[in-house]
Design a protein around this ligand. Structure first.
Ligand code: ZN
Length: 120
């Protein structure tokens, strides 16, 4: 059973696409809980686990870290919160970060390039 100190099942149910905390990787959730503590702000989840099938309906190849339950998109649309999330993520050793206007993607996939920050 996958557990989290700060993130409830409901938060996964209402993200896009709807998923479950049980779809997530425990090590990743532990890191996310630490990020919540370090950043000191509520972290709203836009997107978490996504099935390969879902990715393909969106025209993607289905190899995203989201399909392994080791990725998250955190809603973030102001510069101060963006800084807090990024500062925490770097301190915690996240090696894969995507920065969009309205969210920050974090994942711990080892199958993808490490030490990268990309934009959308
Ligand atoms: Zn993402």
């Amino acid at each position: 059973m996958i557990t989290s100190k700060y993130f409830s099942e409901k938060e996964f149910n209402r993200c896009t696409p709807s998923c479950s905390l049980q779809d997530m990787n425990q090590d990743f959730m532990n890191k996310l809980d630490k990020l919540r503590e370090l950043s000191g702000i509520p972290l709203v989840i836009n997107s978490a686990f996504r099935s390969v099938q879902y990715e393909k309906t969106k025209g993607r190849n289905g190899t995203s870290a989201h399909v392994s339950g080791v990725a998250i998109d955190i809603r973030c649309n102001d510069s101060q919160n963006r800084f807090k999330v990024l500062e925490g993520a770097l301190k915690l050793g996240f090696r894969r970060i995507g920065v969009a206007n309205s969210f920050i993607h974090l994942d711990i996939s080892k199958k993808h390039a490490q030490n990268v920050v990309w934009t959308y």
